[in-house]
Design a protein around this ligand. Structure first.
Ligand code: PLP
Length: 389
């Protein structure tokens, strides 16, 4: 008999399992649960997009594509980025199609991190960032943001954690889990520090399509930032395509070439039928995106108002489909709140502490559920709160 743990990588042994899973597993074992825990659209991928993929199969497009992805797809991504991010990327050498934004983040980090390099992760953050930094051989440095400031990164706080080992920071606007969107002036403040300390930025813009109150500002559109930024995005959220596993990276040729090397050895290429679907999504999917966005916005307004009224205070999140209310009035920890709410009222939310220390005292609720489900969840939450405050 061998002892498997003796053979495992120390880095992998040191990774914490995602805190979100624990609650999903518990919720899945119960009946009648309303889940506000999942981070994905409740829409099915628009029909025309699915049809484009079916057609590609009918036509027999079942082989590998170019490592970087179908050139036609890279061309439509380039056109799209010009509109959304206000920057022009050469489809032949500055765009890479990946297996979701998840793989994009992984190759981006592996391409730039040397052992011992520090990468700043702004918390509360998407659960993968710190672990991906560790897997790339780097050291994740957590930088906490504050609920009172809508969890916005403050440039002077950023400067405090920069050392001579800092290689990069990971930005995410609109943010998972807080829904916070940074505007142009705020991004400019961050860019100043990035430039001053000669850092790189991985800008995770997966929720770019889902901003509700003002036009989206991409970090690469801030003066001087395009050359130092690896832009990560994808189709999962805005186009309701989580299961297709398709994302992309835009970056200057030398960064892209390095990431392409990793991608070609570890992945070969992204799934071919998904790439055909994505061409349709980007070429003709804008109306569907607009329709979904309008619906999220309506649900956000309803949900945020109701939470604030019942004493779970939260700022109005400008993007994504998450609300991150404070539960401090209940005197429960985030984990206690989530567990008791699930057991007593069968509503699943994610405890804020799984996204970093500054998430303690908060919960993440996704409002990508039907209006009826949201209303029922709110009723149950109200009942839960009344017993405690
Ligand atoms: N980045 C953020 C901030 C996310 O919230 C997610 C998914 O939840 C991802 C990346 C991964 O997206 P994908 O489905 O494209 O891998």
């Amino acid at each position: 008999m061998i002892e498997p743990s003796h053979y495992l990588s120390e880095t992998v042994k040191g990774l914490k399992p995602s805190g979100i899973r624990k609650f999903f597993d518990l919720a899945a074992s119960m009946e009648g649960v309303i889940s506000l825990g999942v981070g994905e659209p409740d829409f099915v991928t628009p029909w025309a997009v699915r049809e484009a993929s079916i057609l590609s199969l009918e036509q027999g497009h079942t082989s590998y594509t170019a490592n970087a992805g179908l050139l036609e797809l890279r061309e439509v991504i380039s056109d799209y980025l010009l509109k959304v991010s206000k920057q022009s990327y050469n489809p032949k050498e500055e765009i890479l199609v990946t297996v979701g934004a998840s793989q994009a983040l992984d190759v981006a980090l592996r391409a730039i991190v040397n052992p011992g390099d520090e990468v700043i992760v702004i918390e509360p953050s998407f659960v993968s960032y710190a672990s991906l930094v560790s897997l790339a051989g780097g050291t994740p440095i957590s930088l906490q943001t504050e609920g009172d400031m809508e969890f916005k990164l403050q440039p002077k706080e950023l400067e405090k954690v920069i050392t001579d080992k800092t290689k990069a920071i990971i930005l995410c606007s609109p943010s998972n889990p807080t829904g916070t969107v940074l505007d142009k002036e705020e991004l400019e403040g961050i860019a100043e520090i990035i430039e001053k300390h000669d850092l790189l930025v991985i800008s995770d813009e997966i929720y770019a399509e889902l901003t509700y109150d003002r036009d989206y500002t991409s970090f690469v559109s801030i003066e001087g930032m395009r050359e130092r930024t690896i832009l990560v995005s994808g189709f999962s959220k805005g186009f309701a395509m989580t299961g297709w596993r398709l994302g992309y990276i835009a970056a200057q040729p030398e960064f892209l070439g390095a990431m392409l090397k990793i991608h070609q050895y570890s992945m070969m290429c992204a799934p071919t039928m998904a790439q055909y679907a994505a061409i349709e999504a980007m070429k003709n999917g804008q109306e569907d995106v607009y329709f979904m966005k309008k619906s999220y916005r309506q649900r956000r307004n309803l949900f945020v108002n109701a939470l604030n009224e019942m004493g779970l205070t939260c700022h109005v999140p400008g993007g994504a489909f998450y609300v991150f209310p404070s539960i401090k009035a209940t005197n429960l920890t985030s984990e206690e709140f989530a567990e008791q709410l699930l057991i007593e009222e069968k509503v699943a939310v994610v405890p804020g502490n799984v996204f970093g220390d500054s998430g303690e005292g908060y919960i993440r609720c996704s409002y990508a559920s039907s209006l009826e489900q949201l209303q029922e969840a709110l009723k149950r939450m109200q009942r839960f709160i009344e017993k405690r405050v």
